[in-house]
Write a protein of this length. Structure first.
Length: 237
């Protein structure tokens, strides 16, 4: 007998302030956990919900639990003058930037209904971007010791990070996710040590920079949307 696939609700939040998105994520994340606890405690079978959220943020730096404030190279005054927000948050990883032209994906999944393997979960996040890049003849890859998606070095350029990943799990329910540079203004990364990686042979890049042209943002979203569905093997409601 064929197992019924997990159903996921897709939401596009558009351009949204980081704090608002974090609050909305947290609300959904808590609802999933509470439903899960209630089902176990009361021996119920209330249907679990899962969400895949895409959005863009106004310029913001976020610092994960394992990050260092030394990796933010601007003062509070400079942040205010440049109209950039800053938040310490509960995901893994160090510091990164979110802003217009970047696809931010927030899967809020109860992994008990997918698979209970954090490493696999993160690798599939990476693979969704790698597969999307392949459609544009850009070779992305995972590399040892670092999360995210990278482009390999060549005789002219070092390894370049095109997608950052930072996640948080509680009771196997996920939040946060990935930040994929499509048409992102890369100058914002000059104000931080991205992901805490201060190495001369590592840079940050975007699809626009690699291709030498603006990319149709909605088209990339559509491809990434389909890759999530295929890789995590779910159905959209």
């Amino acid at each position: 007998m064929t197992m019924k696939k997990v159903s996921v609700t897709f939401q596009d939040w558009g351009i949204i302030p980081y704090q608002q998105a974090w609050d909305m994520q947290t609300k959904l994340h808590n609802e999933l956990k509470e439903r899960k606890i209630r089902n176990r405690r009361e021996d119920k079978a209330e249907k679990q919900s899962h969400y895949l959220i895409f959005c863009e943020h106004h310029p913001v730096y976020t610092l994960g639990k394992s990050g260092s404030m030394d990796h933010l190279l601007l003062s509070e005054t400079e942040l205010r003058e440049r109209n950039i927000d800053f938040f310490k948050i509960n995901r893994g990883g160090d510091i990164t930037y979110h802003g217009p032209g970047q696809i931010v994906a927030y899967p809020i999944f109860d992994l008990d209904e997918f698979f209970t393997d954090v490493h696999k979960y993160v690798r599939l996040l990476e693979q969704s971007v790698i597969n999307t890049l392949r459609r544009y003849e850009i070779h992305g890859e995972s590399i040892k010791d670092y999360t995210g998606v990278w482009l390999p070095s060549d005789e002219y350029r070092p390894e370049r990070k095109i997608c950052a990943i930072g996640v948080h799990l509680s009771r196997w329910v996920t939040m946060h996710g990935l930040a994929f540079n499509v048409n992102t203004d890369l100058e914002y990364f000059d104000n931080i040590i991205p992901c805490g990686i201060d190495e001369a042979d590592k840079e940050v890049t975007s699809m626009e920079k690699e291709l030498g042209r603006k990319v149709e943002y909605a088209e990339v979203q559509k491809i990434l949307h389909a890759e999530f569905k295929a890789l995590y093997d779910f159905e959209f409601e």
